[in-house]
Design a protein around this ligand. Structure first.
Ligand code: HEM
Length: 407
């Protein structure tokens, strides 16, 4: 797990720099820097998050079944990181050789992980029972395979041969966000909410219907742009949003009236879902063909960034420090991370980005302002992560010193 966390921290730091550069580019301070969107988005999605979830999912699943902690799978870590490295120069250069090689390696890493997690279970468990995060991880990774395939094909003209009739970029975004990340996050809620909130989710019986609504909703939201079918978009949006709202209800209910339970971490994790719902709230405009009321093209080009920074990154500000504390220091003391400063900066930033879509005269100013606030929001969390890393490293060195293996 430590190898994944180190990579996640590296991308955490790089993501700060690219957010700052994006802000200066919008303010024409760095006019020559086009602030490539792909890097901004994928340092967070592939860099910070994919590392974290690839490391955590097998460990959490084995722990649930009382099985020994799985050995580190260096084949998965290596193919994932070699794949990402190839994509990091292949996509900006729009060169199909490193893009296809990189996408294929990430696909292989995901398939190996899917097989590993599918094998982690108790013989006695009923096939359709959903009692922990494992099935959410399996469904999420399956959608990620679709996201990788379509994403790798975006700049190498695979959309035609794949039979995609609508917007392939949307298929990619839906597979990775409504599918992969949404399902994995609920898996984390099921496995870790008792540790985060020190109490149980309010209605465990809701987990199974939430799983099926989320999985079917994500499928409809992927097939909708695939077959250019808006009815599927409506069905998917309703199922997906209802499943997430149901999850928030069973997570918020046990916290009601308990002010100390509303830590910055808990607030960031739950409030982040507003920015998941925001793009979905645009669906009716598209479904009923009234998007001419809105700057549709600009919405399409900009809302993915608000989704990734407002929802994914903010959720990350809470759970990334939790995993760093759990694996670098110790599990018992691990708590959700994040600060109230990051909470306000990341949410005001998301409001500014949405405002930049709607208020044309000051669009550049607002867009640059959003990225500056996001860049600053990273810093208190990055400092906390560094403290946890150095505590963990000092502990490891002391242990090796003690065992004399450093002599
Ligand atoms: C092997 C993995 C991946 C590959 C090859 C890939 C490739 C791509 C490509 C080529 C684009 C289009 C960029 C453009 O039009 O400029 C894109 C956009 C995007 N991808 Fe990925 N991606 C991958 C993983 C992910 C993951 C894991 C997520 C999220 C969880 C994600 C979320 C997005 C989003 C939100 C956009 C839209 C960015 C924007 O236009 O603002 N991708 N990706």
């Amino acid at each position: 797990m430590i190898a994944y966390l180190i990579m996640s921290f590296l991308y955490f730091i790089v993501a700060i720099v690219i957010a700052l550069a994006a802000s200066f580019a919008s303010w024409q301070i760095l006019p020559w820097f086009n602030g490539m969107v792909w890097l901004r988005v994928h340092f967070i999605t592939l860099g910070i998050f994919t590392q974290l979830v690839f490391g955590a999912m097998p460990i959490l699943s084995a722990k649930y079944y009382g099985l020994p902690r799985p050995k580190m799978r260096w084949d998965i870590w290596l193919s994932l990181n070699a794949g990402i490295a190839l994509l990091l120069f292949g996509i900006p250069l729009v060169n199909s050789v490193p893009i296809i090689a990189g996408g294929t390696l990430v696909f292989v890493a995901t398939t190996l992980l899917l097989i590993q997690i599918s094998d982690i279970r108790s013989q006695s468990e009923r096939a359709l029972a959903i009692t922990n995060g494992r099935k959410f991880y399996i469904a999420g990774l399956s959608y990620f395979l679709v996201g990788i395939l379509v994403g790798t094909g975006l700049f190498t003209n695979w959309s035609g041969p794949l039979g995609i009739m609508g917007d392939a970029g949307e298929v990619h975004i839906h597979a990775n966000n409504w599918g992969f990340m949404s399902l994995v996050f609920i898996g984390f809620f099921v496995d870790l909410y008792p540790k985060w909130a020190r109490r149980e989710l309010s209605n465990p019986k809701a987990i199974t219907p939430i799983f099926w609504m989320m999985t079917a909703g994500a499928l409809a939201l992927i097939l909708s742009p695939w077959f250019a079918n808006t009815t599927l978009a409506a069905v998917g949006a309703v199922l997906h949003t209802s499943a997430n709202i149901w999850l928030l209800v069973i997570a918020i209910k046990p916290l009601r009236g308990d002010k100390p339970a509303w830590t910055a971490g808990m607030a960031q994790m739950l409030v982040s879902y507003l920015w998941l719902f925001a793009p979905l709230s645009m669906a009716p405009f598209v479904i009923f063909g009234i998007e001419s009321l809105l700057p549709a093209k600009l919405l399409e080009a900009t809302t993915p960034q608000a989704l990734i920074y407002g929802w994914l990154l903010q959720f990350g500000f809470a759970i990334v420090p939790y995993f760093f504390q759990r694996f670098f220091v110790n599990e018992e003391s691990a708590e959700l991370g994040g600060t109230w400063l990051s909470f306000w900066l990341v949410n005001v930033g998301a409001i500014l980005l949405w405002a930049s879509i709607l208020i044309q005269p000051v669009r550049g100013l607002l867009h640059g302002g959003a990225y500056l606030l996001w860049a600053i929001a990273f810093i208190p969390v990055a400092m906390d992560l560094w403290r946890k890393i150095s505590t963990g490293m000092a502990k490891a060195e002391a242990a090796m010193d003690h065992s004399g293996s450093l002599q």
